[in-house]
Design a protein around this ligand. Structure first.
Ligand code: HEC
Length: 135
């Protein structure tokens, strides 16, 4: 591309210079990346193993709903490790999951899910097992 200096007005000429400068800087940083990083700095791939959460709420109509709607974002442990809570608090909790976080449980399931969790949450064994598992 032939760009005549005479055809460029001063601001255009400045802009052209800036584009060239940025292009040079980009090319230089790219070369640096390809060559490696600063001396003594090495990137190494890491391998991490995340725990696979397999625990569900079992089977049955409410358990199926809980499995479908409550395990998409967090594990059962998040629920089991709660202190004993009354029904109204579970209702509020489930509604919070729906409104604040986008939980897919439809409104008509809120009552049955609240009862399900209130019952589960008030079984001492559930909390003891949960605490032991998440210690
Ligand atoms: C769309 C994602 C999502 C879904 C689905 C979801 N939750 Fe949660 N839940 C969260 C997040 C995020 C937190 C952590 C909130 C915090 O730390 O403040 C949380 C935390 C909780 C807690 C701990 C107490 C609290 O309020 O922080 C309980 C209990 C809970 N969820 C129950 C449920 C139940 C029951 C369901 C199913 C009806 C459910 N969650 C579905 C996102 C979700």
């Amino acid at each position: 591309m032939a760009v005549s200096m005479r055809t460029l007005s001063k601001p255009r000429w400045l802009m052209f210079g800036m584009v060239v400068a940025v292009a040079c800087a980009l090319m230089a940083s790219r070369a640096e990346c390809e060559d490696g990083l600063a001396p003594g700095f090495k990137l190494k791939s890491q391998k991490i193993e995340l725990p696979v959460e397999k625990q569900t709420f079992g089977t049955g109509p409410e358990a199926d709903a809980a499995n479908a709607h409550c395990l998409t974002c967090h594990s059962r442990g998040m629920i089991d490790t709660q202190p004993p809570m009354p029904l109204a608090v579970w209702k509020a909790e489930i509604n919070k999951m729906r409104s604040a976080f986008g939980c897919s449980a439809p409104e008509e399931l809120v009552d049955s899910l609240s009862k399900f969790f209130e019952h589960l949450n008030n079984q001492p064994a559930t909390r003891q097992e949960a605490r032991a598992a998440h210690r």
